[in-house]
Write a protein that binds this ligand. Structure first.
Ligand code: ADP
Length: 267
């Protein structure tokens, strides 16, 4: 899974990156799903440790194009965790109050506390993606945001937050297939947003914005992973695997019991 890591300073070109590979599983979905279920169990145990230890803070960021699979990934990867220690936050078009503040204001309020795992469904990266593509602020403003974001994430990391960022990379063809399914399948009609077609027409502009964001903001303390996302099962498996590896590397343990616990007698 390391091959999906954007190394700090590496220049990213999305057309060079696979959207559909399934790596060592070579299309074997059954084996992939078995592996995913093992990872779900591991993640469940690791999150219990995280919650019990009340030491680490975990922030997982998801960005994708429309129909890129953020919702499905979150549903699948976090299906086994204890909802009490996990929070999913979606960032929509900013409210008037949010727009009256700096763009990181609403983000900072939602970052994880000790023992918590927080998932961002969209994030502060919208402020260098949709905001840039639609020229919602001038270049002079958004172009300064990459280093501001790096500094913000560094501050979070230096204060005990482990940050992982995933870009779910779907192809233009696969996006078309998914939009068509949303039109054809009555149970998916609600997901279809005509505005998504306008965004699709800006595919190349979004590619350029993603490439700059990935290139400029993948750091040691807050790495980006570009995940091939045309196959849902492989996308879920890849994210789960990276998350489990990262949580295992924290070497978490249950807090030490209170002294003399063995001497306590319950009448
Ligand atoms: P999703 O597509 O994530 O399922 P929505 O359909 O509600 O959720 O879309 C949320 C919208 O909010 C997206 O179009 C996204 O680009 C927009 N958005 C998020 N953050 C910002 C921002 N900072 N500025 C402008 N638009 C934003």
């Amino acid at each position: 899974m390391d091959s999906y890591l954007v190394k700090p300073g590496e220049k990213i070109k999305l057309t060079d990156m696979s959207t559909s590979e399934t790596n060592q599983f070579s299309g074997n979905k059954k084996a992939g799903l078995e592996q995913l279920s093992k990872l779900n169990e591991k993640l469940s145990n690791l999150q219990e440790l995280l919650y019990a230890q009340q030491k680490h803070k975990i922030l997982v960021v998801f960005q994708a194009r429309d129909a890129g699979g953020k919702d499905g990934t979150i549903r699948s990867v976090f299906s086994g965790v204890n909802p009490q220690g996990v929070r999913i936050t979606s960032f929509k078009v900013p409210s008037d109050a949010e727009l009256a503040h700096d763009y990181l204001w609403r983000i900072h309020q939602q970052v994880p506390g000790k023992g918590e795992l927080v998932v961002f469904n969209r994030s502060h990266y919208e402020d260098v993606l949709v905001v840039r593509v639609h020229k919602l602020v001038e270049k002079e403003i958004w172009s300064k945001r990459y280093s501001q974001i790096n500094q913000f994430e560094k501050m979070l990391s230096e204060n005990g937050t482990t940050i992982l960022k995933f870009f779910l990379n779907v192809s233009k063809e696969e996006q078309k297939t998914r939009f068509q399914e949303r039109l054809d399948d009555p149970s998916k009609n609600w997901k279809f947003n005509p505005g998504d077609l306008k965004e699709r027409a800006l595919w190349d502009e979004y590619s350029a914005a993603y490439e700059d964001a990935l290139t400029q903001t993948s750091t040691e303390h807050a790495p980006w992973y570009v995940i091939p996302a045309d196959h849902n099962w492989y996308r879920n498996l890849s994210v789960a695997s990276i998350l489990v590896d990262t949580l295992e590397s924290l070497k978490m343990s249950y807090p030490a019991p209170a002294p003399d616990l063995g001497k306590i007698v319950i009448e």
